[in-house]
Every structure is written in C-alpha cells, then in structure tokens.
Design a protein around this ligand. Structure first.
Ligand SMILES: NC(=O)c1ccc[n+]([C@@H]2O[C@H](COP(=O)([O-])OP(=O)(O)OC[C@H]3O[C@@H](n4cnc5c(N)ncnc54)[C@H](OP(=O)(O)O)[C@@H]3O)[C@@H](O)[C@H]2O)c1
Length: 202
C-alpha cells in the first residue's frame, strides 16, 4: 500500500509492545515533521461462543485488551503533543478509533472482543472530553466488513445479505469513507459512528 501511495511510508510495529508504539509515532513525526490525524485501526479478535466461559481465558482477555484497548490509548498519549501542535498551526488534531458494532450491542465474535470494543468506545468519549478543543476524538463502529478477518464467517455474511437494509457487508472502502467523513467534520467529537448497513434497525 505504501508503494502505491506517493509520499507514504511504511513502519512495521507490533502494537502489543510499548517500544514499538513509541517508535511508530516517533518515525511518523520524524518523516513528516507533524502529525495531524491518528487512526487506530489495528485490532485482533478471537471467535469464542459467548456461552463458553472456560475458553475465554485470562490470556485471551489480556491479549485482546493489550492490542484493542491499551495500544490505542497509548498511541493517543504519544501523539498528543503533535496533535495539539496541529491545532495551533492548522486545525484541530484528530483521532479516529475503529471499534465495532459489537462494542454497542451484545453481539460479536466473543465476549472479550466485544468488551474490548465497548471499552474503546467509552475511551473515545472520555478522550473527547479531555482533549477538546485541540483534539477531536471519534470512532467508527463497523458491522461486518469483508476483510481477511471475516473471510470464513459465512453465517455473518448470510445475515448481512438477508437482514441488513443494505443487503451486504461493508467493503474496507465503505469504512474508509466513514473515517474520512469524521476527519473532515470539524465540529464532531465523541461520536461513535455505527456503520453496519442498518443491521441494528432490524
Ligand atoms: N472485519 C470486520 O468485520 C470488522 C468489524 C468490526 C470491527 N472491525 C475492526 O476493524 C479493524 C480492522 O480489522 P480487519 O477486519 O481489517 O482485520 P484483519 O483483516 O485481521 O486486519 C487486522 C489488522 O490489524 C493489524 N494488527 C493486528 N494486531 C496487530 C499488532 N499487534 N500490531 C500491529 N498491527 C496489528 C494487522 O496487521 P498484520 O496483517 O500485519 O497482522 C492487520 O493489518 C480492527 O480493529 C477490527 O476489530 C472489523
């Protein structure tokens, strides 16, 4: 992707590790001299039936929490000063977290996953209160998106085809457009934009 995008850079980082998060933000600022927008998209999931409490081990909870909750928070903290600079020199800094409809409704691949995304949604609102007006913080909460993560989720694909008003799962491009909309909307902060093709209405 970086090769296709003029001026983009690619930095490899495992966000489960603090040192990699620090390096990621440092390298972005070193490359551009500024940081205006942070999109926390990386996330992991684990499919566990909600009734199977034994399989939702402490290890699973810790792994999902580290990447889906702690890493986004830490990245915002590391980027805060550069995002405030953006407000001083251009326009408010902007954070967009990619959460999930599972963080809004009692659904999702597993309870630890859904809880991690609910935490990310709440964190979004808390940070919006703490960091405004210099930094806006919003989230996009996708329903089903056609990505490698969901390639085998035939049941969910069928559900979206038959029940969602839009009669399909989202494409990554659909979600990117929702993110772009939040970046452009200078007055929006603390919003969780549910992007599920209307499934929640049915
Ligand atoms: N697909 C859906 O239906 C759906 C629905 C709701 C929300 N979401 C959320 O949307 C986001 C993107 O998901 P996706 O569907 O694109 O999933 P995916 O196909 O599994 O891709 C996940 C991305 O996160 C990166 N990642 C995972 N763990 C990481 C780590 N420790 N450090 C750095 N990068 C890491 C992966 O990098 P590598 O490829 O290098 O591992 C990959 O680029 C996630 O936050 C997910 O929870 C997805």
């Amino acid at each position: 992707m970086a090769a296709e995008m003029e001026q983009a850079i690619y930095v490899q980082a495992d966000l489960a590790f603090e040192a990699d998060r620090v390096r990621l933000i440092d390298e972005a600022i070193a490359a551009w001299g500024q940081l205006d927008v942070l999109i926390n998209n990386a996330g992991i999931s684990k499919v566990i039936p909600h009734g199977d409490l034994a399989s939702a081990s402490s290890t699973v909870w810790h792994e999902l929490n580290e990447v889906n909750v702690i890493a986004p928070f830490h990245l915002v903290a590391l980027a805060e000063s550069a995002l405030r600079d953006a407000a001083r020199h251009r326009r408010a800094g902007c954070v967009v977290n990619i959460s999930s409809h599972a963080g809004i409704r009692p659904k999702g691949a597993s309870i630890p996953y859904a809880v991690s995304k609910a935490a990310l949604n709440h964190m979004t609102r808390l940070l919006a209160v703490s960091l405004g007006p210099d930094i806006r913080v919003n989230a996009v909460a996708p329903g089903l998106v056609d990505t490698p993560l969901t390639a085998e989720w035939t049941g969910a694909q069928e559900l979206w085809r038959t029940r969602a008003p839009m009669r399909r799962a989202a494409s990554p491009d659909d979600i990117a457009k929702a993110v772009a909309m939040l970046i452009e909307s200078d007055y929006l902060t603390g919003e969780i934009l549910l992007s599920d093709g209307g499934l929640n209405l049915t």
